[in-house]
Design a binder for this molecule. Structure first.
Ligand code: PMV
Length: 332
């Protein structure tokens, strides 16, 4: 590589770190598939201990490249990332291609939202490497193109993804509703399985529309964001846990009753769920499950040691975390 080529690569290079997020009020249902536009608002929190670091470099190479944990993603699996990179190319009016090198500190596709942290880190890195100066809302809307939930990993702490109503998705982005230290809850991400899930979120959402309960679900789930946001702002654990658990069950209810049915639960998922439903009568604890077998248990600082003992007694592997910050640029 000549000095000039090397200089050009460095000039158009940036690195970012993003955290995974877990939904308290789920995004489950799209009004536009290719732009990942949701039917209703969702609420999430970033998980400090789960992160992805990505370096983006715009080059004169002939095609885009994506390398995740040393795995070269085949071109046919790059549709989502291409949507983002095409949009940046359009904004820049250039024909350059982007190489994204990404590393997660947790397994891919296990319901631990690697698509969220991966999409957010890639977006932040690619935008800055292209030397675009965009507001956070626009970066969140771009991240949404990779994976809907990635929009929520851009802002810090507790976030709300506003569904928006514009057809082009320009008003569909996430904002922070509270910083990470607003409410010192403890999170236990319980890894039930490290095998990739066999039905993607997109497929799961699509199939759920065939559930006989779908219309009731969207009417009810649309209200969850306000209820859960209020509980978070007031630090009302009882209201929060009731709404979070019900919201989880509603999402899985429409998945389970779809044609053909979608079941993300593994036997251990049910075991943990039943345990949490038993102990939540005696202490502040609840749990949520995204599109995978893993469970995220949420509790406060006082109950955390007791909950941890229960998790250990069940022989489970877990990652303990607090609520995390937003996506940040780093020096690679
Ligand atoms: O962002 P996606 O396409 O991976 O969908 C995420 C769907 C859920 O994790 C189940 C819910 C959510 O709000 O994150």
């Amino acid at each position: 590589m000549t000095d000039e080529q090397n200089f050009s690569r460095k000039k158009y290079r940036a690195s970012a770190r993003a955290h995974a997020n877990v939904a308290a009020a789920k995004y489950w249902g799209k009004r536009n598939d290719s732009l990942n536009l949701p039917i209703f608002d969702s609420i999430a929190f970033n998980i400090d201990a789960l992160s992805t670091e990505t370096t983006a470099t715009w080059t004169d190479d002939e095609r885009d490249a994506l390398i995740i944990n040393d795995w070269h993603v085949p071109p046919q699996s790059m549709t989502r990332i291409s949507r983002l990179l095409d949009k940046i190319r359009e904004m820049k009016g250039w024909k350059k291609h982007c190489t994204l090198v990404s590393r997660n500190n947790f397994p891919l596709s296990t319901g631990l939202a690697s698509s969220a942290s991966g999409g957010a880190a890639a977006t932040m890195a690619a935008v800055h490497a292209a030397q675009l100066d965009l507001p956070q809302s626009q970066i969140s809307a771009l991240a949404r193109l990779c994976s809907g939930s990635a929009a929520r990993s851009i802002p810090q702490g507790w976030t709300r993804w506003r569904a928006g109503s514009a057809e082009d998705g320009s008003d569909s982005f996430a904002v922070s509703i509270a910083p990470p230290n607003h409410w010192n809850l403890q999170l236990f991400v319980i890894q039930v399985s490290d095998a990739p899930k066999n039905i993607s979120s997109t497929e799961g959402m699509k199939r759920s529309e065939s559930s006989p309960f779908w219309n009731a679900y969207i009417a009810e789930a649309a209200r969850a964001a306000d209820v859960i946001q209020n509980a978070i702002l007031q630090k009302d654990f009882r209201a929060f846990s009731e709404a979070v658990m019900q919201n989880t069950m509603m999402m899985h209810a429409v998945a389970l009753t779809a044609k053909p049915p979608v079941c993300y639960f593994a036997p251990k998922t049910i075991e943990i769920l039943q345990k949490i439903m038993r102990i939540c009568r005696a202490m502040p604890v609840c749990c949520t499950i995204d599109a995978g077998a893993n469970v995220v248990v949420i509790t406060d600082n006082i109950a955390a040691p007791f909950v941890k003992n229960d998790i250990i007694a069940m022989g489970l592997t877990y990652i303990q975390s607090c609520v995390g910050g937003g996506t940040e640029l780093i020096t690679a």
